[in-house]
Write a protein that binds this ligand. Structure first.
Ligand SMILES: NC(=O)c1ccc[n+]([C@@H]2O[C@H](COP(=O)([O-])OP(=O)(O)OC[C@H]3O[C@@H](n4cnc5c(N)ncnc54)[C@H](OP(=O)(O)O)[C@@H]3O)[C@@H](O)[C@H]2O)c1
Length: 250
């Protein structure tokens, strides 16, 4: 189902590849003007924008390291200048390297590196776009989490801890911003192979999934489009797993 996101401006962090690319395509297909953010790979960001445009959609690329305060200020100014409006939908999706490390191998910096992506960046971005959302008394903030919070994967404490923080952050922000008409939700993907996973064999993962198949990026994108839409106007502070039933609960 395509939702009506006409006149909306959406910022997708890490929109150039992986899940972010399909989220960008899907929001644009629903009518949103999409700001495709990326850190380094201009070519793949431009490819995403070209695909959107070839489908009669609206999109621009905006480079910027979302973990850096000055860069966030600059990227939001550039995005607002190029689109001529303020951001209605923020999708906190970008991720950096995700090293698997035992406790002995981990340093505090390894934990901070993950918190930079999943807590610091959403905070910097949300603070910067909030004046525009407050003015409209409307907005959507969608954090991309992970099922690892429910699974508690070993040798991955850095990533699992940072992803866990998103649950509390989403709920607190939902309570704080609800009176302003702004919803905040968390989507937890299961393992969804994207470009960076190469030719990984998904068979051992798949056999424990009740639906007995792998998810696709479009499954996450459809959930994002729904939460971005007017149809989801009464949903906030929720943690929603999109993983074929691989986990139940929070
Ligand atoms: N795929 C899965 O199986 C899965 C499962 C559970 C959760 N997730 C979550 O889903 C989200 C997307 O994951 P993915 O697998 O699609 O990631 P991905 O394919 O590795 O893509 C990462 C994106 O983030 C961008 N990026 C990296 N560092 C950045 C920075 N400092 N500032 C701005 N952009 C930056 C990259 O841009 P460049 O190309 O320019 O570097 C790229 O567009 C993440 O939050 C991840 O934790 C994914």
């Amino acid at each position: 189902m395509s939702h009506n996101l006409n006149e909306k401006i959406a910022l997708v962090t890490g929109g150039s590849r992986g899940l972010g690319k399909v989220i960008s395509l899907t929001l644009a297909e629903s009518g949103a003007m999409v700001i495709v953010n990326y850190a380094n790979n201009q070519e793949s960001a431009q490819e995403t924008v070209d695909l959107i445009k070839s489908n009669a959609g609206k999109a621009i690329t905006v480079k910027g390291d979302i973990t850096d305060e000055d860069e966030v200020q600059r990227l939001i100014s550039e995005a607002e200048e190029k689109t001529g409006g303020t951001i209605d939908i923020l999708v906190n999706n970008a991720t950096g390297p995700q090293p698997e490390l035992s406790i002995e191998e981990s340093t505090w910096q390894d934990y901070l590196n993950q918190l930079e992506y999943f807590v610091k960046a959403p905070l910097l971005l949300t603070k910067t776009i909030l004046p525009g959302m407050k003015k409209k008394m409307e907005g959507r903030i969608i954090n991309i989490g992970s099922e690892v919070v429910q699974l508690g994967n070993p040798n991955f404490g850095n990533y699992v801890t940072a992803k866990s923080s998103q649950i509390g952050m989403t709920r607190s922000w939902a309570s704080e911003l609800g009176p302003l008409g702004i919803t905040v939700n968390l989507i937890n993907p299961g393992f969804i192979p994207v470009e960076r996973h190469g030719n990984v064999d998904p068979s051992s993962y798949k056999k424990n999934v009740p639906l007995q198949k792998m998810g696709e990026p479009i499954d996450i994108a459809n959930a994002v489009a729904f939460l971005s839409s007017n149809e989801a106007k009464f949903i906030t502070g929720q943690s929603i797993s999109v993983n074929g039933g691989n986990t139940f609960g929070i």
